[in-house]
Design a protein around this ligand. Structure first.
Ligand SMILES: Nc1ncnc2c1ncn2[C@@H]1O[C@H](COP(=O)(O)OP(=O)(O)OP(=O)(O)O)[C@@H](O)[C@H]1O
Ligand SMILES: [Mg+2]
Length: 271
């Protein structure tokens, strides 16, 4: 199978994740009991990386699906497809994970319609069963199967709220941007820049995060600071890197961009 390569590579090189609280302990305890986990946190704070690291530590396959408005339960469970003259059943990613005992990670779960997310109910509670109506069968989850969902509460609209009966089946883990010392290490390592550059980026990131009456919809994420660091590693000056990876990305409004630029000039070391 052609996924042997990447899987083997994942096994040999663990995804780099620095814990920021007791999230690893909570995840391990949940995994031991097969309990489903809900991870919430702002964009670019490390949710996906955390799940990748946990899957690796537990030695489980990770099957990831991004939720979207048009997603149907068949996209998760499977469907009959025409192959030549024959109709063949093709397992969806959730069914594969249930059969294989993999971790099934449904990212951006609030984007999916509620009538789609209810398919995870019987697999998310003590039943650990997946009814596959079209096959007229119900599958029991193989040992190791675990359901993980995540979302960004900042994007949540009333309409797209997660159904209470869905939420209450999960153990919640809240992630946020790492504390400065940890984030500096993460930025230095991921962007391949020295600690001084990473420290300047993290200081700036925190200044933006703590702006009073901020006009920004989203603040500077760890991902964004890593991107800025990547530009520095690629040869750009720190100031230009921040302009391209942070300032211009955070806003389209010329006044806000100007104000952010002034903040950057005040915070970044001049050299
Ligand atoms: N605690 C951490 N340890 C290691 N890397 C981290 C940590 N927190 C954030 N990162 C880094 O931040 C970057 C973004 O993380 P990730 O893609 O996991 O964010 P996310 O929360 O899944 O975002 P989104 O909601 O947009 O999907 C990754 O490159 C990752 O290396
Ligand atoms: Mg993610």
């Amino acid at each position: 199978m052609n996924n042997v390569g990447p899987a083997a590579e994942t096994r040999s090189r663990p995804p780099f994740y620095r814990p920021t609280g007791d999230e690893v302990k909570v995840f391990h305890a949940a995994a031991r009991r097969g309990l489903p986990v809900l991870i919430k946190g702002p964009t670019g704070c490390g949710k996906t990386r955390f799940v990748e690291a946990m899957a690796h530590e537990l030695g489980r396959e990770l099957i990831t699906v991004a939720g979207h408005e048009d997603m149907t339960s068949a996209d998760l469970v499977g469907r009959f497809l025409l192959k030549g003259a024959e109709t063949v059943w093709v397992d969806g990613p959730l069914t594969r994970a249930v059969r294989q005992g993999a971790i099934f990670y449904l990212d951006e779960v609030v984007e999916a319609r509620q009538d789609t997310t209810v398919v995870i109910h019987p697999i998310a509670d003590h039943r650990r069963e997946l009814p596959v109506d079209r096959l007229g069968t119900t599958l029991s989850a193989a040992p190791g199967f675990q359901l993980v969902i995540s979302y960004n509460p900042g994007y949540q609209s009333v309409l797209k709220n997660l159904k209470e009966s869905t939420r209450q089946r999960f153990v919640a883990i809240t992630l946020d941007f790492p504390p400065a010392v940890t984030e500096t290490e993460v930025v230095a390592r991921e962007a391949d820049v020295d600690i001084e550059i990473a420290d300047a980026l993290v200081t700036l990131g925190n200044a933006i995060r703590h702006l009073d009456a901020s006009p920004l919809r989203e603040v500077s994420s760890t991902r964004m600071l890593i991107l800025a660091g990547g530009l520095v590693a690629g040869g750009l000056s720190l100031r230009s890197a921040v302009q391209s990876a942070v300032v211009e990305v955070l806003s389209d409004d010329p006044d806000v961009i100007r104000a952010l630029g002034e903040l950057v000039d005040a915070v970044l070391p001049t050299r």
